[in-house]
Design a protein around this ligand. Structure first.
Ligand SMILES: *[C@@H]1O[C@H](CO)[C@@H](O)[C@H](O)[C@H]1NC(C)=O
Length: 479
């Protein structure tokens, strides 16, 4: 009874979760007067201290409360944002327990980069941001993605260098001092205001008003164009595992596990993330786990060398801060869960690699998603068509020999599509070009249906494809 209730609760929770997949990215540093990390003596000045701001530095400083100071040296260009009731008083002598009569300098925040993943934290909701329920993600996605909501803490000031390799950094919205900007023109106006110019500097412009991610299965973050700049700021730690892994979008190799998930239409990334959280991450044995989940586009290669196209898949990066043994256990649990519940979750297959060296074969049952098969089938169909034409034209006399026996060989082809060597490109096969141009080859049978529907029959009169019903499992890869 109790467990049933729990399950219903969880179902309810899953239903309440919207389909939006945007995340909130919050800028961590501030230039607040009260934040002791902003002062070179490690404490905010007070009493008979002298507060000094570097003359040539532009700075916007939020002041939350009142302060007494002996003296304040101001910069040429700067501003104080005074909270209501805050202000400065000149001290008339020693204040007990406050100040040492020293000159304290406000630290330089000039070099803090928008593209530095260490300076952002991610959460699913604003509430989670406030509660400190942060999500882990790969470096590229720790920096705001194009469909994210960017948050600068309400009662704080900041200065951020928004230089990037592009002329603009698109995001869905930006919230500054509690005001949410989601219209492009309004935010542009703000950027050219005195406050805006003190808070944002650098060669690019942040543009808001980008649509959110409308695809429940997730969207491409879009930060790979800035991969180099993002990784410039990241220092990788030394690793102690046998076979370090390099997740897509991450700057460093890691010890842990990567689960790759193949999905069908109807897959919901946010619901799945919450399912994993509620079923697995709450377990005490997994409390050291960091898990990041996102849609990535893996390059597909023809025969393992020729770049072919990219295919979307869900990458689950699992780290445990150690050698990866706990990560591997969780990866195994996830694949097991998909094996039994994949159909309901619209997951068609999953596999994992771990830094201990083990990996799994694809599981999940639906052979349809093995994109590697597609190319083989295309070639085969071309052959069949040619033979069919020849037969029809009477060039070749065709007895009742069916071509079907050649199909089982696809099975062995498929098995070769398991995950490749770490470090090397991962080769799962190929993206199916027909999904880009559905009208070109509308009659490829059964690729995405069940095995038994796969039928191509060859008769004396020609080739007939029995076209399985194209249901919603016909994933739209353009998502
Ligand atoms: C003070 O600034 C540091 C670094 O910029 C930041 O991590 C910390 O959260 C800030 N403290 C408060 C109370 O906001």
């Amino acid at each position: 009874m109790f467990t049933m209730l729990k399950k219903t609760d969880m179902l309810l929770l899953f239903c309440l979760v919207g389909t939006a997949n945007a995340l909130y990215k919050q800028w961590i540093p501030d230039t607040n007067f009260e934040n002791k990390t902003n002062w070179d003596k490690g404490a905010a000045p007070c009493g008979n201290d002298v507060a000094q701001f570097l003359a040539q530095r532009k700075v916007s400083v939020f002041v939350e409360t009142t302060h007494t100071l002996q003296e304040m040296r101001l910069p040429v260009d700067g501003e104080f944002i005074l909270n209501s009731g805050s202000g400065f008083y000149v001290s008339a002598g020693q204040e007990p327990g406050c100040g040492h009569g020293v000159t304290t300098q406000f630290k330089d925040s000039e070099s803090l980069q928008w593209l530095d993943p260490a300076l952002w934290q991610t959460a699913e909701t604003l509430h989670d941001l406030q509660q400190g329920n942060f999500l882990f993600s790969v470096h590229e996605e720790t920096v705001p993605c194009q469909y994210d909501d960017v948050v600068f803490k309400a009662l704080s000031s900041f200065r951020v260098d928004i230089s990037s390799s592009q002329s603009s950094i698109p995001v869905k919205s930006v919230s500054v001092l509690g005001k949410i900007f989601d219209s492009g023109s309004e935010f542009m106006q703000y950027l050219s205001s005195p406050s805006g110019r003190l808070q944002f500097h650098g060669s690019s412009a942040v543009t808001v008003g980008n649509p959110g991610c409308g695809d429940p299965s997730g969207c491409d973050c879009g930060n790979s164009i800035n991969h180099e700049r993002i990784c410039n700021t990241v220092k990788c730690s030394s690793l102690s595992c046998k076979k370090p892994l390099l997740p897509v979008g991450h700057c460093c190799e890691v010890c842990g596990a990567i689960v790759t998930i193949y999905f069908a239409d109807g897959f919901n990334l946010q619901s799945y993330r919450q399912r994993i959280h509620h079923i697995f991450l709450v377990q005490t044995k997994y409390k050291s786990i960091q898990l990041g989940m996102s849609k990535v586009f893996k390059p597909q290669q023809l025969m393992g060398i020729i770049p072919f196209s990219t295919s979307p898949e869900i990458q689950v990066v699992i780290l445990d801060g150690e050698t990866g043994a706990i990560s591997e256990a969780l990866a195994q649990d996830l694949v097991k869960d998909i094996r039994s519940n994949g159909l309901n979750l619209q997951i068609t297959g999953a596999e994992f690699q771990s830094s201990s060296g083990s990996s799994s074969n694809k599981s999940g049952g639906n052979t349809g998603m093995v994109v590697g098969v597609v190319f083989g089938v295309l070639i085969m169909i071309a052959l069949i068509i040619i033979v069919g034409v020849l037969v029809r034209k009477g060039v070749v006399k065709m007895p009742s020999m069916p071509l079907m026996p050649s199909i089982p060989s696809l099975g062995s082809f498929k098995k070769n599509t398991e995950i490749g060597d770490v470090g090397g490109p991962l080769d799962h096969g190929f993206d199916n070009p027909m999904f880009d141009q559905p009208s070109l080859m509308p009659e490829i049978p059964g690729l995405y249906g069940t095995e038994t529907k796969n039928s191509i029959s060859l008769t004396q009169t020609g080739v007939h494809f029995i076209n399985p019903v194209y249901d919603e499992n016909e994933t739209d890869f353009n998502a």
